[in-house]
Write a protein that binds this ligand. Sequence first.
Ligand code: SAM
Ligand code: SF4
Length: 459
Amino acid sequence: MTLVEHLDAAKIEGVLERTKEPSAEVINNIIAKARLKKGLTVEEVGYLVNLKEPEQLKSLFQAARAIKWEIYGERLVFFAPLYISDFCVNDCEYCNFHSRNTALPRQKLSLDEIAKQTEFLINEGHKRILLELGEDDLNNRLDYVVEAIEKIYSVHTTKGNIRRVNVNIAATTVENYCKLKKANIGTYQLFQETYHRATYERLHKGGPKADYERQVTAHTRAYEAGLDDFGLGVLFGLYDWRYEVISLVIHAQGLEETCGVGPHTISVPRFCAADSVSYKPEHPVSDEDFLKLIAILRLAVPYTGMIISTRESPAIRKVAFQIGISQSSAGSVTTTGGYGKAAKSSQFNIHDSRSLKEVLGDVLKDKLIPSFCTACYRLGRTGGRFMELAKPGEIHKFCRPNAILTFAEYLVNYGSDGIKEMGNEVINEYLSQIEDSKIKAETEKRLALIRQGKRDLFF
Ligand code: SAM
Ligand code: SF4
């Protein structure tokens, strides 16, 4: 059966119908199974999205928290988006860059401008960028995207350089994905926006993105081109979140079946208001449901990284970091070329406009270690090799020392007094918790080297 057939609306509605009244016993059994960190069936996910009792919700959050900490531990990886062009021929109802927005003075950054934006992000402390742009075969040719990636990797300042460029661009051909692979990208992210076909077709009327199947089959083409780190996502608010969560799990399992590797990440963007967008989410997701869906995904696909962005408020992010999120953007601007400039018309309005430094200060209070690690893809731990380590929870052996080393580097380069003190305390605490004595000794040695001026040390 093809992925599109697996994602058939009647089937998903059937799951929701069959699981609509879960008993306490069923929920308890599913949560107990999820604690084994082997994931859940689509039917089991159906019961969880239908869960209503406060007691069951409490158990769900407890299990999600435990799984998050067992697999990913205390580390939280940070990145920033970089918008390089808002030219777009698509007509997505929810996005300010939609093609009908003739009032928007479109911008496409030159390579020099991309270098300046990159310098800005490096000087803030970032090591990972998520490249963003609209779809436009004339203005945003793939060769331009490749040149932009090369430019970003080429920029070095006294503070360092960007070590991983993840890419969030429109669905494309195997040939183009091959070019992205050659450009040495990290993760290829593409959001389905909504898995509900009728809704998808209604909200994407113009441009090539109107083709539901092109969107849903994109990750398989990326895999064919050799991109084995790919990310899924849904824009929550467009359709019933329960339907979307079931679909995400079907998609993740389908990819694992056909490619032998599941998604590296799942992103959970929620609709935000935007200039020129009169669309109002037809299925707004409450804060409680939003946290619930993060927890359910944590149980259903425990080995997959989960990403939250600055679309969410500091308060929601704080809770989400504890129950499933392993990567987050910070200090973001959603305007093309917008870093270091006065605010202009952005893709959408964000709800956490704190600087990276402010966000880091906050997560340290919660005993999380900010990580700027880029080790896995640079050492070839991607796709299947990554999953082999992530599934049994082994990846944490690398994540903890790498978080310690990359955050220590951040503190040396950018840390002001308050954050240095707090940061070094958290580093010492987790350093003492490294179980493997050889790794611990080597981490201590490398930590000392970083404090003496060495850079970019990792496992
Ligand atoms: N243009 C490419 C595409 O659409 O796939 C990729 C980049 S687009 C800049 C990244 C994502 O932003 C989209 O996939 C969509 O989910 C999200 N987005 C668009 N409008 C949004 C809004 N109003 N609120 C929150 N997220 C939005
Ligand atoms: Fe274009 Fe992406 Fe915005 Fe759609 S979401 S209008 S494809 S930039």
